[in-house]
Design a protein around this ligand. Structure first.
Ligand SMILES: *Cc1c(COP(=O)(O)O)cnc(C)c1O
Length: 216
């Protein structure tokens, strides 16, 4: 199956319920262009300099999503290019994004990443930290960022009930906050759990290997 075939199959399945972010990390520009020529515009990367290089080389109407753990000293590389940062997990990172966005005279949309998995290795905020950020004075003073929703990664397990429980928790949290904070976007679901994520109310999927093949 070609990249275009994979994309079409997925898009038919998803319909209008969710935006599909094609996760192109580690994949070459040629493969991204195959998807681009099939009409796709949303791509996801998890390394700042890799996103920067690809954004500089590829068409300017691509909407780049930053989905990985972001270090503060790397923020500057992505700010001129990024459409949405999915992985904000601290106030310090948020403030750095705001500062760099102000330098570029732009407003950057971000999602707050919530910790929903039972794995040590996954980043994210708990509910209390999330509310502290949302209600804090720092965010109110940050004119160059806009928090537009939440992102989460479920436990990497065969157990569908676990995944479903974690996504449902995040969806409930999203529903609870969305009117007050004007949230639009709930980013959850990857290649191995996007169907469950859709069932649980995701409206943005981050899918890599099902589109571009396995990574090394
Ligand atoms: C790599 C990655 C994905 C995509 O993973 P696949 O299993 O290839 O679909 C989604 N989200 C994040 C945060 C990632 O790092």
């Amino acid at each position: 199956m070609s990249v275009a075939d994979n994309l079409n199959r997925l898009k038919n399945q998803i319909g209008n319920e969710a935006t599909l972010v094609a996760v192109s990390k580690t994949k070459p520009n040629e493969m991204i262009m195959e998807a681009y020529e099939a009409g796709h515009r949303h791509f996801g990367e998890n390394k700042a300099q890799e996103m920067q290089a690809k954004a500089e080389q590829l068409p300017k109407d691509i909407q780049w999503h930053f989905i990985g753990h972001l270090q503060r000293n790397k923020v500057k590389y992505i700010i001129p290019h990024v459409h949405l940062i999915h992985s904000v997990d601290s106030l310090r990172l948020l403030k750095e994004i705001n500062k760099r966005a102000a330098n570029e005279e732009r407003v950057v949309d971000v999602l707050l990443q919530v910790y929903i998995a039972k794995e040590e290795s996954k980043f994210g905020l708990d509910e209390e930290e999330l509310k502290e950020i949302l209600d804090g004075e720092d965010v109110k003073a940050s004119q160059n960022i806009k928090i537009v929703g939440l992102m989460g990664m479920a436990t990497n397990t065969e157990n569908q009930e676990t995944v479903k429980r974690e996504f449902t928790y995040l969806k409930d949290l999203f529903n609870q906050l969305k009117d007050q904070y004007k949230f639009s976007t709930l980013s959850m679901g990857m290649s191995n759990d996007y169907e469950i994520a859709l069932e649980c109310g995701s409206n943005m999927l981050r899918v890599g290997s099902l589109i571009f093949g396995e990574r090394n």
